[in-house]
Design a protein around this ligand. Structure first.
Ligand SMILES: Cc1ncc(COP(=O)(O)O)c(C=O)c1O
Length: 250
């Protein structure tokens, strides 16, 4: 069956993510979706077993979400939060605050997961600058972690997956340590930032790779080094599923 016209004319002009375009098999032309299904241009239907990552919670074309998006687009598609606020932003901020634990009660909106992580890293950095502490230029991240594909987020990803050696000299260098996986390694974890602090520069951040270890009681792992206490900054980054990687300046 032949491809649609838009496929043949457009495909030579696209770079797909995580893909070697010289060796990639021709991508399938998708034309519409519903529920768990992706309908191809020739009418064949696929069951989306990986839920395209981002549709895992509600599937495609959920009527409530479609209706809400349509209504909002007609009323006010976008107004920047520059000297202005609006009801959807404030209502969502309040609802998210109510979901967050402890004293986490402010929300900063950004446009992607990578940018959200970068925002949290900048907030933690600025927290110390505002307190007059200079030299806190290092982050502590966990092996196996994934935080995005921008330069700063790659630098706190797993060194292999984040291609640290390939990008040496471009990526900022941080401390990437083993993720605590049981009581023993969790107990050892508080020493890691201590070691980091003994260097010429001091580490200011721990960043989580929680989705790699869903069986670990992450709350107890992180409790010791980053328990909320006076003088501690915490930022939770809401990801595309129920996981709250945490950036901490302690
Ligand atoms: C934990 C985590 N952080 C960050 C990201 C990056 O998000 P985005 O692709 O929206 O930049 C992802 C994406 O899968 C993620 O799973």
């Amino acid at each position: 069956m032949s491809n649609p016209d838009w496929y043949d004319s457009g495909f030579p002009h696209i770079w797909l993510p995580y893909t070697q375009m010289k060796t990639v098999r021709p991508a399938l032309p998708a034309s519409r979706t519903y529920g768990t299904r992706i309908v191809l241009a020739d009418g064949r239907e696929l069951i989306d077993g990986v839920a395209s990552w981002w549709t895992a919670a509600h599937g495609y074309n959920h009527p409530h979400i479609a209706q809400a998006v349509e209504a909002q687009l007609k009323k006010m598609p976008h107004v920047m939060l520059g000297g202005l606020v609006h009801e959807p932003a404030l209502t969502l901020a309040e609802r998210l605050s109510n979901l967050l634990p402890g004293t986490l009660n402010h929300v900063f909106f950004s446009d992607s997961g990578s940018v959200a992580v970068e925002v949290a890293m900048k907030m933690a950095t600025q927290y110390w600058l505002n307190r007059g502490a200079r030299g806190r230029t290092k982050f502590i991240a966990f092996k196996g972690g994934y935080h995005g594909d921008t330069i700063a987020t790659m630098s706190v990803c797993d060194p292999e997956e984040g291609m640290h050696s390939l990008f040496t000299g471009v990526l900022p260098e941080h401390y990437v340590i083993d993720l605590p996986r049981d009581d023993e390694t969790a107990a050892a974890f508080p020493r890691a930032p201590g070691r980091a602090r003994s260097g010429s520069r001091r580490a200011s951040i721990a960043s989580a790779a929680a989705e790699k270890s869903p069986t670990v009681n992450w709350r107890s792992c992180r409790a010791a080094p980053i328990s909320p206490r006076p003088g501690t900054f915490r930022a939770a980054v809401a990801s595309w599923w129920k996981c709250w990687p945490c950036v901490v300046a302690a």
